[in-house]
Design a protein around this ligand. Structure first.
Ligand code: HEC
Length: 288
C-alpha cells in the first residue's frame, strides 16, 4: 500500500517537473531570424482568423482570398537564410501547411462548401499544433558575462585582434566553412596572424586535437565529443588562404558528424556573438 502511494507521488512529482521544462527540440536562430519566423507566425494566425471570419459570413470568395494569402506564395522573402538553419522536417511541415491553404483557397472558390472548408482548416491547424508541440526557438546569443569571458580567454589563444577581425561561420550540407577575415582589407599584419593561426589549428583539428577551441569555449561544447571521436577519413579539414584572411572547411559524409559540426558552429557563433556572424544561403560564403 505504502509503496503504491510512494509510486503515485513519484509519478506526480516527475510529471510536474517535466511540465516545467521545455523539452521541445531547440532551433537555434539569430535574433533577426527568430523575428522573421515569429512575424510569419503572427501572419499565419491573422490569416487563419480572417478565413474563419469570412466563413462565418458564408463569404467563400473572401475565404479563398484569405487562404491564398497564407498559401505557398507566402514562402517568402529572405527565407534563404533560414533554409540552412531549420531542420528539413520543419521546412517540410511548413511547406505542407502552406500547400493546404492553397487547396483550401481552390476548394472555397470552386466547391463553395463552408462545412468542407471548415474541416480542411481544422486538419491544417493540426499541423500548427503538431509543429508547436515539437519545436521551440532559442536565440543563439550568450550572456554579456560569457561574451567577456570568451573574449578574454580568446585573446590568449587567438593571436589576432577580435576587434579588427570577423568570424564567419557557414553551415553546408556536408559540414561547414569557418572564416576569419579582417575588417580593413589593408590590415596585412592581422591577415598574417589569422593565416598563421588558422593553418595551425586546421592541422591540429585534422589530428583530432581540438584543445584550442576547448580552452576558449570549455570542454563541453556541443558537437565536440563527436568531432574528437571522428576517425581519420570520416571528416576532411582543409585550410585555405583568402585575400583578406583565411578559412577552414570541414566536410564529412557522416550525418552525425555533419550535425556535430553544425552544433559546434552554433556554439562558437553564440560565444563570439560580438565578433562573429552566421552566413547562410548560397554555400559559398564569403567571396574573394
Ligand atoms: C513547421 C513548424 C510550424 C508550423 C507549421 C506553425 N508554426 Fe507557429 N510557431 C512555430 C515555432 C517554432 C514557434 C516559436 C515557438 C517557441 O519558441 O516557443 C511558433 C510560434 C507561433 C506563434 C507565436 C508568435 C509570437 O509572436 O510569439 C503563433 C501565433 C503561431 N506560431 C501561429 C501559428 C499558426 C496559426 C500556425 C498554423 C496556421 C502555425 N503557427 C504553424 C512553428 C510552426
Amino acid at each position: 500500500m505504502n509503496r503504491t502511494i510512494a509510486f503515485i507521488c513519484a509519478f506526480f512529482v516527475t510529471s510536474a517537473w517535466a511540465d516545467e521544462i521545455d523539452n521541445r527540440q531547440v532551433l537555434t536562430l539569430s535574433a533577426p531570424q527568430r523575428h522573421h519566423v515569429l512575424t510569419e507566425m503572427r501572419d499565419l494566425l491573422a490569416g487563419t482568423q480572417a478565413i474563419l471570419a469570412a466563413l462565418a459570413k458564408d463569404d467563400m470568395a473572401a475565404v479563398a482570398k484569405s487562404a491564398r494569402a497564407v498559401g505557398f506564395d507566402m514562402k517568402h522573402k529572405a527565407e534563404n537564410s533560414l533554409h540552412q538553419v531549420l531542420p528539413k522536417e520543419f521546412m517540410q511541415l511548413g511547406m505542407s501547411m502552406h500547400k493546404d491553404f492553397d487547396l483550401i483557397a481552390a476548394d472555397a472558390a470552386s466547391l463553395k462548401d463552408p462545412k468542407h472548408s471548415l474541416q480542411q482548416i481544422s486538419d491544417t491547424m493540426a499541423k500548427c499544433t503538431a509543429c508547436h508541440a515539437t519545436y521551440q526557438i532559442n536565440v543563439g546569443q550568450a550572456t554579456e558575462a560569457r561574451l567577456d569571458e570568451v573574449a578574454q580567454r580568446g585573446s590568449h589563444v587567438m593571436p589576432f585582434d577580435l576587434e579588427q577581425t570577423t568570424h564567419v561561420f557557414s553551415k553546408t550540407d556536408t559540414g561547414g566553412v569557418q572564416q576569419v577575415i579582417v575588417k580593413d582589407k589593408a590590415n596585412s599584419g592581422q591577415i598574417r596572424l589569422i593565416r598563421e593561426h588558422l593553418a595551425k589549428i586546421a592541422d591540429e583539428f585534422a589530428h583530432g586535437n581540438f584543445s584550442n577551441p576547448a580552452k576558449i569555449h570549455g570542454d563541453t561544447m556541443p558537437g565536440l565529443t563527436e568531432l574528437k571521436k571522428a576517425r581519420q577519413g570520416d571528416m576532411t579539414i582543409d585550410y585555405q588562404e583568402l585575400a583578406d584572411g583565411a578559412q577552414i572547411t570541414y566536410a564529412s559524409g557522416e550525418p552525425t558528424l555533419v550535425s556535430a559540426i553544425h552544433q559546434w558552429f552554433d556554439a562558437q557563433l553564440s560565444d563570439h556573438a560580438r565578433h562573429a556572424m552566421p552566413e547562410h544561403g548560397d554555400h559559398s560564403p564569403h567571396k574573394n
